[in-house]
Design a protein around this ligand. Structure first.
Ligand code: FUB
Length: 461
């Protein structure tokens, strides 16, 4: 009896951890090198993308993806917004490494390193793209383009924009106001190196026992309360995250120590991204925390944190829970994209010309969770979903409340639409729901393999 009781407790504990889990924040793809950007009441998150199949046991990365959120717990997938193919001047077929996007005068500039081929820039009228290459050539001409990776960008209070980048040297350039060319006055081809002092970047023991500075790669530069912060991957491999501060964007920098140390669920690389959003501060990084995860199959995570009174950043620990409390509720009475997800299992997202992004349930019992849905006092009447399936029957989608096995408020029998791209809008009556709930969409099908495609959903009041 005791044995069964302990087993039951283990199962319950595992399930409650799963249901609470919020990290990694993207479960449909392996993502890395987070670059968050706050714009117009949303956080846009640009990531690199580790392919599911790694080639030659190395980083296998062809495109850059974008996600966004208004609440910090439900993330909408905007798909691959740029790829190596957008840079016609580069012949690289692999190496879409850590990017960053910034807005200036209503345009969005995405700085992209192509490993081995330097840094390029793309521009778009919307944060979700489409992005195009406005210069048709490399943005930065430096003495060693192999070291030109991981750009980070800042527009200072006086309007001067700076790009920092590099591994293991940290370089920077002033960008002209057009954001797509460099101000050549700074030095060699407009490129200057940050002096790597022990005061500025701390010390560690090098491979041959010599004392070197901790800076490795992945810089993230920003300003908060008159302090310039330079956060970066540090201390070689495995990478820690450390930071330095300055009262001037061009330094000198003062080393402040680690923000994140080594932990089991972390990969051998790490990469920081820090923002303030709706009066909270968030630290983005990557781990190898998804099933199948490893150093070349990483996943973006986020932790909420508070600065210390003197502006210093506390030591942060990678967690599974991630962001515990969202900053807004989700409105179910508007069209909600199916690819707006707090947590999912067995699901991939794709894009089609007809519908834009949609999701595919890859097997029976695959599910998505949407957090903090506000049904208000008046409550819900009916539920509508746009779905497609090429299967001939036996396909349904359960709508459940608050847990995977929680109250079943309705089941949509997915009509035989004839193909994965033939969509049908189905409305069903659901039990009246009021107040705040998490929603679970559980996909059911009797065959193995892809079950259905799901485009969007809404409730009527
Ligand atoms: O993701 C490829 C490279 O690994 C990035 O450019 C580095 O920052 C490290 O995360």
């Amino acid at each position: 009896m005791l044995k069964y009781l302990s087993l039951l407790l283990v199962i319950l504990a595992t399930q409650s951890t799963l249901l609470r889990a919020q990290n990694p924040i993207i479960q449909t793809y392996y993502t890395a090198d987070p670059a968050p950007m706050v714009y117009n009441g949303r956080v846009y998150l640009y990531t690199t993308h580790d392919e599911d199949e790694t080639v030659d046991n190395f980083f296998t990365m062809y495109d850059w993806r974008c996600y966004s959120t208004a609440d910090m717990v439900n993330w909408t997938d905007h798909g691959a917004v740029a790829s190596l193919k957008d840079f016609k001047w580069s012949e690289r077929t692999n190496g879409a490494w850590a990017p960053q996007c910034i807005e200036r005068n209503g345009k969005f500039y995405l700085y992209c390193p192509i490993h081995g081929d330097g840094i390029g820039v793309l521009v778009a009228d919307s944060p979700e793209g489409p992005f195009i290459d406005p210069i048709g050539k490399r943005l930065i001409e430096s003495d060693n383009i192999w070291l030109d990776i991981d750009p980070t960008v800042i527009i200072d209070d006086d309007g001067q924009a700076y790009l920092f980048w590099g591994n293991p040297a940290l370089k920077y350039a002033k960008l002209n106001e057009d954001m797509i060319s460099c101000d050549m006055s700074l030095g060699d081809n407009g490129v200057k190196s940050v002096e790597m002092t022990h005061e500025g970047f701390g010390t560690k023991e090098g491979r041959d026992g010599e004392i070197v500075t901790t800076y490795t790669e992945g810089p993230w530069v920003y300003k908060d309360n008159d302090i310039y912060y330079l956060v970066y991957a540090a201390a070689g491999i495995p990478e820690y995250i450390a930071y330095s501060t300055s009262s001037s964007i061009e330094g000198p920098w003062e080393y402040k120590g680690f923000i994140m140390e080594r932990a089991d669920q972390l990969a051998f690389t790490n990469h920081p991204g820090i923002i303030d959003f709706k009066e909270n501060s968030y630290f983005f990084y990557h781990s190898q925390g998804l099933p199948g995860g490893e150093g070349f199959r990483r996943s973006v995570c986020v932790e909420q944190f508070s600065y210390n009174a003197d502006g210093s950043i506390p030591l942060l620990h990678p967690t599974k829970d991630g962001v515990k409390k969202g900053v807004a509720y989700l409105n179910p009475y508007r069209k909600v994209e199916a690819e707006t997800i707090a947590w999912s299992e067995g699901v991939k997202t794709y894009s089609s010309r007809l519908t834009g992004m949609y999701l595919t349930a890859k097997h029976n019992d695959a599910f998505t969770k949407v957090r903090d849905v506000d049904f208000r006092e008046k409550g819900s009447g009916s539920f509508t979903a746009q779905l497609a399936t090429s299967l001939t029957g036996g396909v349904s989608m359960e709508v459940r409340l608050d847990s995977l096995t929680g109250k079943l408020i309705g089941t949509v029998d997915v009509p035989q639409t004839g193909s994965d791209e033939e969509w049908a809008l189905t409305t069903i009556d659901v039990e009246k729901i009021t107040g705040i709930h998490d929603l679970y969409f559980v996909f059911k099908g009797t065959v193995s393999g892809d079950i259905l495609n799901f485009d969007y959903w809404s409730f009527s009041e």
